[in-house]
Design a protein around this ligand. Structure first.
Ligand code: NDP
Length: 237
């Protein structure tokens, strides 16, 4: 595959920045999605090579439509942009908190994916990588963050937003079963980023980015509609 193009949402910092960096190293032209033009430009300059800034707020349909208008063809879409939420259990978290986190982590992914589907369909090997979270699994219990241990009910808004993203991953994979699409979800593992105030137990975001790149480079006989840890291990829904 020559002249491959990728878009990483929320790529001005954190895990998304590392994914963009690694995809450039793989030879992709990478659109560095960022809702703030200045931060996106600086991030793209820092990465260098084939990195191009693209203003994109995943909660703003006008911004999404404008961004899609700048891209002719896309081989890889990495839905990485996400926000955290409070540790509140569902009986304490407000409906407004759910609404806010779903706006970015769920509705944003739908809006961005649908806007870029026409250009993804021009790729012979389209790949969609949804940056989810192991905390969105209803059954997995290996999270290093005790706050998110299954059974605790904590961080209900954030965790259920990622559960919804996981469901969408399966539904998109089923919907896009023609045309060579591979749609998969990634559990990046706990990483020290702004999302979690640089959690002391968090690992290197660059390590998590390797998992996204693996899913971006899946061969045509690779999996679709599945959930993987950053190291390629399957994660139960
Ligand atoms: P960061 O806070 O470091 O980065 C989040 C990125 O998303 C930033 O670039 C941020 O932009 C962007 N973003 C947020 N809202 C929007 C929006 N409306 N439009 C466009 N971009 C937006 O967090 P991480 O790198 O840790 O998070 C990346 C992904 O990884 C998220 O989906 C998160 O849920 C997931 N994840 C992270 C884990 C971790 O331990 N860090 C663990 C599991 C999953 P801005 O700078 O403008 O705020």
């Amino acid at each position: 595959m020559n002249d491959r193009t990728a878009l990483v949402t929320g790529a001005n910092k954190g895990i998304g920045h590392q994914i963009a960096r690694l995809l450039v190293a793989e030879g992709f032209t990478v659109y560095v999605g960022a809702r703030d033009a200045g931060r996106g430009r600086r991030a793209a300059e820092e990465i260098g090579g084939g990195a191009r800034p693209l203003v994109l707020d995943v909660t703003d349909q006008d911004s999404i439509t404008a961004a899609a208008g700048h891209v002719d063809r896309l081989d890889v879409l990495v839905n990485n942009a996400g926000i955290g939420a409070s540790p509140a259990a569902p009986d304490v978290a407000t409906a407004e908190e759910f609404r806010q986190v779903y706006e970015t982590n769920v509705f944003g992914v739908v809006a961005v994916t649908n806007a870029f589907l026409p250009v993804l369909r021009r790729s012979p090997h389209p790949r969609i990588v949804n940056v989810s979270s192991g905390t969105g699994s209803l059954t997995w219990s290996v999270s290093p963050n005790p706050q998110f241990t299954p059974g605790s009910g904590a961080a209900a808004a954030y965790r259920s937003s990622k559960t919804a993203l996981n469901a969408l991953t399966v539904l998109y994979a089923q919907t896009l079963s023609e045309g060579g699409f591979k749609v998969n979800a990634l559990a990046p593992g706990l990483r020290a980023t702004d999302l979690n105030a640089r959690a002391a137990a968090g690992g290197d975001p660059a390590e998590a980015a390797q998992g996204a790149v693996r899913l971006a480079l899946l061969p045509d006989d690779g999996p679709t509609g599945e959930f993987f840890s950053w190291d390629g291990t399957p994660v139960p829904w």
